[in-house]
Write a protein that binds this ligand. Structure first.
Ligand code: GLN
Length: 539
């Protein structure tokens, strides 16, 4: 079957949650038995978000096939369970790179290369490529309608409506209805303007998804329908939710998926919603609460840790435990130690650069000495290894070459590794963009280890995003300090998992398990970590 395309644009303001809205619609269509693919088109000029600061962009999400992507892809995977791929994420930078490479190759010989049609054709190709027989392809257009950068995307989807017909394309516009206390009213004017803006580039919204902090009166819905030229049943309220996993159920009650099906003239009953009801109930009724301290550099912007937050929630739901997160800024060691007195478990997430490492080293030491469950992710593993070398083995200069030359390179630049694309080679002078060890790689687990017990498998595949690795020559010495490496790349060359034999639950992983945790498939490491937080609690 040819897929149907739903384009999700945003109006009025950014940060309305287009990613979540797209993910929730994907989940609702799945609940009706349709297959879905979700894609994101980002209008900025970076080729990918890999080189952007987390303060700019939040977390960088990584797909199995090694694409560095927007964090919305994480929502898509967590809600739908469908793994995203490089064909699901594009930026203007990527589109232009492709078009310019074609121009240099001579693919457009004779033509003047222009935004229309060359850039728009490339966008259309991205949208319609590798759809794998899905019933629906949901495409989220980043940014806000009215941004100059977004224009080629809007033009491309306008053309797609013309190419594919109304039967196969739908425009969903997510907007905000602000409440003005002095008037005591939700205001529709910004939405009217935004719909008009879309209309000025030839796109008539088919459905309005209206964010608001309170129920939308029938009158306001009627007004929006009339002025924005949509059917009144297609004005859907998107109210603020206590927990993101309630969003699909709220949308369903508002008739979002029913109206989408009606639009495309396809009808299947929503029989798959029970598991959503159950999970929301479980989430609301935990049997225990644990405090998990997260020691990081970006605690002012929690978007930097989006997948970790969700993976902890999923792990908690699995055991009916609610992890309460305590955000601890790694900049001050004293503050780290003070705050760790009150937590049941410590997580040190991924990170880059020397700033804030002392707080993270202190956290690893505190967890080790006080037998508090510790999960070190990527940087969090590397620093736990450095901490053990410095404080247990007496190697005072133990460090990572990421911070400059050192006599004890316990963590060092990854210069060579095998990937599906062949042997990867890197030097100090390699480009910074897209050159890390990225995407899913296999890891062999040692039988009888804690890691093996947690995963229940001999071989796992986890997603990576790092430039440095634990130097294997130190692994043997670390055994004496109670640190055991229980997971390696199948060729035995790259240490992937570390666990302490003298500690109830101390695990470090070189990869990012949080990227593979889903609501209905909680990641085993996070589930085990949250459980350990409860089991090891002293009082
Ligand atoms: N900065 C470290 C490296 O590049 C860790 C990266 C991370 O935590 N994702 O290896």
């Amino acid at each position: 079957m040819n897929p149907r395309y739903i384009f999700i644009t945003g109006g009025v303001t950014s940060s309305l949650g287009k990613g979540l809205a797209s993910a929730a619609l994907g989940a609702l269509l799945q609940a009706r038995g349709f297959s879905v693919i979700l894609r994101k088109l980002d209008p900025y000029l970076n080729v990918d978000p890999g080189t952007m600061s987390p303060y700019q962009h939040g977390e960088v999400y990584v797909t199995d096939d090694g694409t560095e992507a927007d964090l919305d892809l994480g929502h898509y995977e967590r809600f739908t369970g469908v793994s995203t791929r490089s064909s699901d994420y594009v930026t203007t930078g990527k589109i232009y790179s492709t078009v310019l490479a074609k121009e240099r190759r001579g693919d457009y010989l004779g033509a003047t290369v222009q935004v229309i049609p060359h850039i728009t054709d490339e966008i259309k190709h991205f949208v319609t490529n590798e759809t794998d027989g899905a019933d629906f392809v949901l495409c989220e257009i980043g940014g806000t309608v009215g941004d100059i950068e977004g224009l080629p995307y809007l033009e491309a989807i306008r053309q797609l409506r013309n190419d594919l017909g109304r039967e196969r394309t739908m425009f969903v516009h997510l907007t905000l209805l602000p409440y003005i206390p002095a008037a005591g009213e939700l205001k529709t004017k910004p939405t009217q303007h935004s719909v008009k803006e879309l209309l000025s580039v030839g796109i008539q919204a088919d459905l309005l998804l209206c964010r608001s902090d309170r129920p939308i009166p029938v009158e306001a819905k009627r007004k929006l329908a009339q002025f924005c030229n949509v059917q009144s049943e297609n004005v859907i309220a998107a109210l603020d939710a206590d927990n993101i996993y309630q969003v699909p159920l709220q949308y369903h009650e508002e008739g979002f998926d029913r109206q989408v099906c009606k639009f495309f003239n396809v009808e299947k009953p929503a029989t798959g919603l029970n598991r959503w009801h159950k999970v929301v109930e479980d989430f609301k009724n935990p049997k225990a609460i644990v405090k998990v301290g997260i020691v990081g550099k970006y605690v002012q912007l929690l978007d930097a840790y989006k997948s970790i937050i969700q993976a902890l929630a999923h792990g908690g739901i699995h055991h009916h435990i609610l992890p309460e997160l305590v955000w601890i800024d790694s900049e001050s060691e004293d503050e780290v130690i003070r705050q760790l007195q009150n937590v049941d478990a410590v997580l040190v997430p991924g990170g880059f650069g020397e700033r804030g490492i002392n707080g993270k080293l202190a956290a690893a030491q505190y967890a080790r000495e006080n037998k508090i469950p510790y999960l070190g992710i990527c940087f969090g593993m590397q620093l736990a290894v450095i901490e053990a070398c410095r404080n247990q083995l007496g190697l005072k200069e133990a460090s990572s070459t990421e911070f400059g030359p050192t006599k004890e390179p316990v963590v060092a630049l990854l210069t060579e590794w095998a990937s599906d694309a062949g042997v990867q080679l890197r030097t100090e002078n390699s480009d910074l963009g897209g050159t890390m060890r990225l995407g899913a790689y296999p890891c062999a687990l040692e039988k009888g280890s804690l890691a093996h017990q947690i995963y229940g498998k001999d071989l796992i595949h986890e997603r990576h995003r790092h430039r440095y690795e634990v130097n294997k020559t130190y692994c043997e010495k670390l055994e004496k300090a109670g640190m055991h490496f229980s997971g390696f790349s199948p060729d035995g060359r790259l240490p992937e998992i570390m666990e302490r034999t003298d500690h109830p639950w101390f695990v470090g992983v070189q990869f990012h398990p949080e990227l593979k945790s889903r609501l209905f498939e909680p990641h085993p490491l996070f589930a085990a970590f949250v459980k350990a937080a409860l089991d090891c609690r002293k009082n």
